[in-house]
Design a protein around this ligand. Sequence first.
Ligand code: NAD
Length: 500
Amino acid sequence: MNFLEYAPAPESPSILHLRKEYGLFIDGEFVKGHGKPFATISPSSEKHIAQIANANAKDVDVAVAAARRAYDRTWSKLSGADRGKFLFRIARLVQERARELAVAESLDNGKPIKESRDVDVPLVAAWFFYYAGWADKLDYAGLGASPAALGVAAQVIPWNFPLLMLAWKIAPALAAGNTVVLKPAETTPLTALLFAEILQQAELPAGVVNILTGAGDTGAALVNHPDVNKVAFTGSTAVGRAIAKSTAGTGKKLTLELGGKAANIVFDDAPIDQAVEGIVNGIFFNQGHVCCAGSRLLVQENIHEEVVDRLKRRLSTLRLGDPLDKNTDIGAINSREQLDRIRELSDIGEAEGADRWTADCAIPENGFWFAPTIFDNVSTSSRIAREEIFGPVLSVLTFRTPAEAISKANNTPYGLSAGIWSDKGSKILAVADQLKAGVIWANTFNRFDPASPFGGYKESGYGREGGRHGLAAYLQTSIDAGASRTPVAARTTITKKVTK
Ligand code: NAD
């Protein structure tokens, strides 16, 4: 008999006052879309949540025109301090409606409520508070004199952190004085639409933020619109590559936050219990739907067996199930398509000879689920060591020396993040220095802070979000201007010399 069994503790969805249908949010109003509407469903039950409008190219045109008008007539005329007041207001409204937003996010995305409540939504508010503070201090951001807004920003985001990715995009764009057209992912539009209601509540001037729901073709029409000055994309490397090609030579400023295959390196002098918690947080947080997930565990050979044993014991205690239950650790996979991909890559891992272990947990009848899984004895050439699985699947590799750990960690086309576990600060600094990753955590993992820049190397994309660096992505700075002016000035000087 288990004396410590948990009683169900579900958060009630009755706090939500959802509409049956949601339109596009353009020029401060919800309007009908011209594409074929689609349903958003709950991935944990496959139940219908709401009918969502679908924006076609004509709707994209109308939204970009609204954003341009708002930029010319209102937003660019406001002082930084006034823009900041709107951002503070939005941040406070997010806090006021935090519980509702967390429930909506868990319902639509499938992530456990304890994550949406304690991580996603508080970080959303933090992002708006942080950039609100920057809005009247752009001249002091170290980006040169009088940095200027770019104009209209087109922003396309994925489904893994729907509201948080929205905040990462909208907060710096508005603080820097741009207006926005944002497209959420097709499987998770709900919290972006609740956010549109918050913008109405905040009385943000019409057209400053427009939200277009739809799929990849809506995203493509948006980023390729000729009246857009800036494109910010978070999503897969394949789509990022297509956007880089289609925007090349258009003068649009581009930032890409793409995939990852992070190494989480555990040295034999690491505190093992903490490291095990960090490994679990690194890959099983948000069902592993995390671009910077520590999906490759590199563990020093002499502690390999101990770490894997403890990890299996720990994973056996994780509770998989209803995302709205406050005791749930592992929620639902976001879509059937994603579940199929996780299954396919896991089967390939097994066929390639790695040892598969899956936590013994009951899988609910309906919905999309994948139990926490470890692949041990994975070779560096295996597809599960190279490709992003984007699910609760950990690949375990070993190393003997720091040099081998560094070389294996860098042996990936990606370069978004990495983790180092060691008791020795000097070792952490020496290893971090040689890792080709944009974000490196030491004795922790998956920590986010609005003041800290985030972004990748190589196929993980370019540009940074967060911090002062995140502002630069939305500003024309004297550094950018200098780069384009210098050759002209140099040419003039040469011409003068020649004619003398
Ligand atoms: P995806 O690239 O398929 O879709 C992302 C978004 O792009 C969606 O809104 C989608 O509708 C839109 N889209 C699709 N085709 C498009 C096109 N041709 N033009 C414009 N927009 C288009 O990615 P996904 O499966 O939704 O998200 C998972 C991926 O996102 C993973 O690879 C993950 O690593 C990455 N991701 C990266 C970060 C980061 O910060 N680096 C954060 C979260 C997710």
